[in-house]
Design a protein around this ligand. Structure first.
Ligand code: PEP
Ligand code: MG
Length: 547
C-alpha cells in the first residue's frame, strides 16, 4: 500500500480503480527514421484507429446529446480522410526522414495557422478541429491512452492538472473522484468537484505511471489522502467510513422540505451553483430553493464554436422549466483568465486575471453579448430567470449593459418574438464594485458577492497559484467587512444581497453571514442541507449578543 497526501477539495470516501488521465499537450520529439514506407504505414494504421475512436464518440454523443451536437465527430472523421492533410504528413515523413508524430504535429500546426488566418468565421473555427485531430493522432501513434476516460466502470481520475475545458469533457457518470498533482483550491476544477459532490484532492504528489494507473485506490477527501493498493485493514476501515457518511447523508435528507429559518425567525434563501444542465438532478435532490449561479461560460467551454442563440435558448429554457418557477440566476459568460476557449481567439496576456475577461469581452464584442442576451430574454418567458453580470467595476459598465438590454428588448419586440422581463443583478467580485456598492445598488435588482475573485483582487493573490495557498486567507477581515458593507448598501437601496463564491458554503461562517443579514447563500448542491441544519439550529440575536 502507498499513501499520498494532498489538499482536500471535497470530503467523502471514494473506492475504485484509478485511471491516470493523459494530458492533451504532448512533447513531440523529432526522431530520424530509416524506413519511410514503414513509417507511412504506421501513420495510416493510427489514422484508422483514430477514425474508429471518433465513430465510438459519435455513437455515444448521438445518444447523449443528439445528432446536431454529435456531428462534430463526423466532421473530425472526414478531416482524417482529407488528402491535403495526409499528403502533407507523408511528404514530411519522406522528405525529412522523420517520425510520424513529428510530421503530424508540424502538419497540424501549419493547417491550424492557415485556418486561423482566414476571414470567414466558420473557417477560422476549424483551426481548433485540426489541432484536435492532430492531437488524437499523436496520442494513438505514441501508444498513449485516449484522453477521454473511456472506462466502462466509474474510476478515480488522477492527473497532473485539469483545465476546465478538459474537465467538462469527462463523462461525469464515470468519475468517482479527482486527484491532481497540481491545481489550486479555488480553481474551477475544484469548484466542479464540489458541484459534483465527489471527493477530490489537489496538490497530491503522486507518480502518474503504472504504479498508480489501473490500481485499486481509496480517496479520503475529508483527510486529504489517497491510498493506492490499500491493505485489507485500510480497505475495511474506509468501507465502514463510507457507509457512515452515507448514513449521515440520509439523515440530512430528512431536512428536505423544511424552510430555511432560524430559531428567531430570520429567513435565508439557500440556492445552488451549477455549471451544467446535468447538475440539475443534484440541485433537486438537495432541495435547493433556486439556482444562485449558473456559470453559463461552461456552455461555451463545452463547445467548439460560439453557441448559437437557439442552442443557448434551449438550455436556459430547460433549466427554467425544470426549476418550475423557482429563481434561476444565469450569469452571462465569464470567459477569460483560467477559462479559455480556443475559438474566442484571444491574444496572449501577461496578466489574464486582470485582463480581457467576462463583461469586458461582452461589452466590446456586442455580437457575442447580444446573442446570449436574446437567448436569456426569450427563455425568461418560460420560468423565473434572472440575469447576472460578472466582473463589474463601474457605473459606466452598468449603463452600457442597460443600453444593450434595451436594444435587445426592442429588437425582440419589433420581431414579434416572445420574451420575459428578467431581474437584472450584478456580481460584486471586485473591490471597486464593493466600495461603490451604494451607487450600484440603485441601478440593479440584486447583488451576488463573488468571494473567489473578491478575495483574489483584494488580497492581490492569484487564486490559481497553489504556492500562495498559505497566504490566501478567506476569512481576512477586509473580505468580511466588505461583505457586511455590501449587504448594508443593498438593504439601504431596498434590494437583496447574496454570496455565490465558495466562502458562502463555509459552515464556520454561516452564523456570521446570518448576523450580517445576508439574504442568500448560493453553494454547491451538496452543501445546501448541511447549511440548512445550521440555520435551523441558530438564534441570530443570541449569536450577536455572544460575540
Ligand atoms: C467568484 O468569483 O466568487 C465567483 C462566484 O465566480 P467564479 O468563481 O466563476 O469566478
Ligand atoms: Mg468570479
Amino acid at each position: 500500500m502507498k499513501t499520498y497526501s494532498g489538499k482536500s477539495v471535497f470530503g467523502g470516501i471514494a473506492i475504485g480503480k484509478i485511471s491516470v488521465y493523459q494530458k492533451k499537450e504532448q512533447m513531440i520529439k523529432r526522431v530520424k527514421i530509416t524506413d519511410a514506407d514503414a513509417e507511412v504505414e504506421r501513420y495510416n494504421a493510427a489514422r484508422k484507429e483514430a477514425i474508429l475512436q471518433l465513430q465510438g464518440l459519435y455513437d455515444k454523443a448521438l445518444k447523449e446529446v443528439g445528432e446536431a451536437n454529435a456531428a462534430i465527430f463526423e466532421v473530425h472523421q472526414m478531416m482524417l480522410e482529407d488528402d491535403d492533410y495526409n499528403e502533407s504528413v507523408e511528404n514530411i515523413v519522406r522528405n525529412q526522414e522523420v517520425n510520424a508524430e513529428y510530421a503530424v504535429a508540424t502538419t497540424g500546426d501549419n493547417f491550424a495557422q492557415m485556418f486561423a488566418s482566414m476571414d470567414d468565421d466558420y473557417m477560422r473555427e476549424r483551426a481548433a478541429d485540426v489541432k484536435d485531430i492532430s492531437e488524437r493522432l499523436i496520442t494513438v501513434l505514441s501508444g498513449n491512452a485516449d484522453h477521454s476516460v473511456g472506462s466502462k466502470e466509474p474510476v478515480i481520475i488522477v492527473a497532473d492538472d485539469l483545465a476546465p475545458s478538459e474537465t467538462v469533457q469527462l463523462d461525469k457518470d464515470m468519475v468517482l473522484s479527482f486527484v491532481t498533482v497540481h491545481g489550486s483550491l479555488n480553481s474551477h476544477t475544484a469548484i466542479l468537484a464540489r458541484t459534483m459532490a465527489i471527493p477530490a484532492l489537489i496538490g497530491t504528489p503522486l507518480p502518474l505511471d503504472d504504479t498508480v494507473n489501473g490500481r485499486l485506490g481509496i480517496v479520503d477527501g475529508t483527510n486529504g489522502v489517497i491510498y493506492v493498493d490499500p491493505d485489507e485493514e485500510t480497505l475495511a476501515k474506509m468501507q465502514k467510513k463510507q457507509e457512515e457518511e452515507a448514513e449521515k447523508k440520509r439523515l440530512l435528507q430528512t431536512l428536505k422540505g423544511r424552510e430555511n429559518v432560524t430559531l428567531d425567525g430570520q429567513k435565508v434563501m439557500l440556492y445552488a451553483n451549477i455549471g451544467n444542465i446535468k447538475d440539475l438532478a443534484t440541485v433537486i435532490q438537495n432541495d435547493a430553493g433556486g439556482i444562485g449561479l449558473f456559470r453559463s461560460e461552461f456552455i461555451y467551454l463545452e463547445n467548439d464554436h460560439y453557441p448559437t442563440e437557439e442552442e443557448q435558448f434551449t438550455i436556459y429554457k430547460q433549466v427554467a422549466e425544470t426549476m418550475a418557477g423557482k429563481r434561476v440566476i444565469i450569469r452571462t459568460l465569464d470567459i477569460g483568465a483560467d477559462k479559455q476557449c480556443d475559438y474566442f481567439n484571444m491574444e496572449h496576456e501577461e496578466n489574464p486575471a486582470l485582463g480581457y475577461r467576462a463583461i469586458r469581452i461582452c461589452l466590446t464584442r456586442p455580437e457575442v453579448f447580444k446573442t446570449q442576451l436574446r437567448a436569456l430574454f426569450r427563455a425568461s418567458a418560460f420560468g423565473k430567470i434572472a440575469i447576472m453580470y460578472p466582473m463589474i467595476t463601474s457605473m459606466k459598465e452598468i449603463k452600457r449593459i442597460q443600453e444593450m438590454v434595451a436594444l435587445v428588448k426592442a429588437e425582440l419586440d419589433v420581431e414579434g418574438i416572445e420574451h420575459g422581463d428578467p431581474e437584472q443583478g450584478i456580481m460584486i467580485e471586485t473591490p471597486a464594485a464593493a466600495i461603490i456598492s451604494d451607487e450600484l445598488a440603485k441601478e440593479v435588482d440584486f447583488f451576488s458577492i463573488g468571494t473567489n475573485d473578491l478575495t483574489q483582487y483584494t488580497l492581490a493573490i492569484d487564486r490559481q497559484n497553489t504556492k500562495l495557498d498559505e497566504f490566501y486567507d478567506a476569512h481576512h477581515p477586509a473580505i468580511l467587512r466588505m461583505i457586511s458593507m455590501v449587504v448594508e448598501n443593498a438593504h439601504k437601496a431596498g434590494i437583496w444581497a447574496g454570496i455565490c463564491g465558495e466562502l458562502g458554503a463555509d459552515q464556520s461562517l454561516t452564523q456570521e453571514f446570518l448576523a450580517m443579514g445576508v439574504d442568500e447563500l448560493s453553494v454547491s448542491p451538496g452543501s445546501i442541507l448541511p447549511i440548512r441544519k445550521i440555520v435551523l439550529e441558530t438564534n441570530v440575536e443570541e449569536y450577536k449578543a455572544g460575540k
